[in-house]
Design a protein around this ligand. Structure first.
Ligand code: BGC
Length: 254
């Protein structure tokens, strides 16, 4: 009986994990059922520490995890706003440059004392949409974009992720267009929905011309307000809000 109980318990434990989404502005985390994609706890949110250094972010994660119920020993999936190859962060767009070429998997495993897997935030959102959301069973090329502090992009082809696409940094009008079309630009410059939509039109128009996708999915916190800006875009490609809105990053914990 004990053995069966033990195996059963371990199975239940293996279905649970902690999903954490590190952004340039906020760090969010929750317990997740990895099979169903359902959140099993409240979503906690902390401010990203100023400067976004590895040590400061690791400390915030410790606090966050300590405040999640029944989280002892559970594995952690972390999505991060940078190119991530085999757990090593290779870039740093809205966080400290100390992340460049840092073994983030190892750092977090040491600090959090448990199994950790780090991946790019937009890729995590893309995988979550392919598994549980608007990209599920969609054939061809789906371009998932996240509009937040930066612009994240994930390419999903016939359900498979092509990792680390950094198309948020497309150069348009001589500038890195993330600085014009991310949601942070709307806030910083106090743009109206119409003014912002003009920039999004340029951005998605360029993506469309380069990739001829079958579907665009728009995620990030602002996608909750998709009715304010998606109807203003005129594209040949269908464009829909992410099903998982702002939790996509937390859901796909690798
Ligand atoms: C980063 C990407 C990230 C995106 C969204 C960009 O500035 O280069 O790696 O996915 O922001 O956070």
């Amino acid at each position: 009986w004990c053995r069966h109980f033990d195996i059963g318990l371990r199975r239940i434990m293996a279905r649970r994990a902690i999903g954490i989404d590190i952004g340039g502005t906020g760090i969010k985390g929750a317990l997740v059922d990895v099979k169903s994609g359902k959140l099993l706890s409240e979503r906690l949110r902390y401010e990203t520490p100023k400067g976004g250094t590895p040590k400061a972010i690791a400390n915030t994660l410790k606090d966050l995890i300590a405040n999640l119920p029944k989280s002892e020993g559970l594995p952690v999936g972390i999505c991060f706003p940078a190119v991530v190859k085999n757990g090593v962060t290779k870039s740093a767009a809205n966080v400290s440059n100390d992340w460049i070429d840092l073994d983030a998997d190892r750092l977090f495993e040491k600090e959090l004392k448990r199994t950790v897997h780090v991946l790019n935030d937009a890729d995590a959102a893309g995988l979550a949409e392919a598994k549980f959301g608007a990209a599920k069973n969609v054939k061809g090329l789906v371009v998932v974009t996240t509009l937040g502090t930066g612009i994240g992009t994930a390419l999903i082809y016939n359900g498979k992720l092509i990792p680390n696409a950094e198309l948020g940094h497309l150069e348009i009008d001589g500038v890195d267009y993330e600085s014009k079309a991310a949601f942070s630009a709307k806030e910083r410059e106090e743009l109206t929905w119409e003014q912002w939509a003009k920039r999004l039109q340029k951005y998605y128009g360029r993506l469309e011309a380069l990739l001829t996708p079958d579907l665009f999915i728009v995620g990030g916190g602002v996608s909750k307000e998709h009715e304010m800006f998606l109807p203003l875009l005129k594209l040949k490609t269908k464009i829909v809000p992410a099903t998982n809105r702002n939790s996509a990053g937390i859901l796909e914990i690798g």
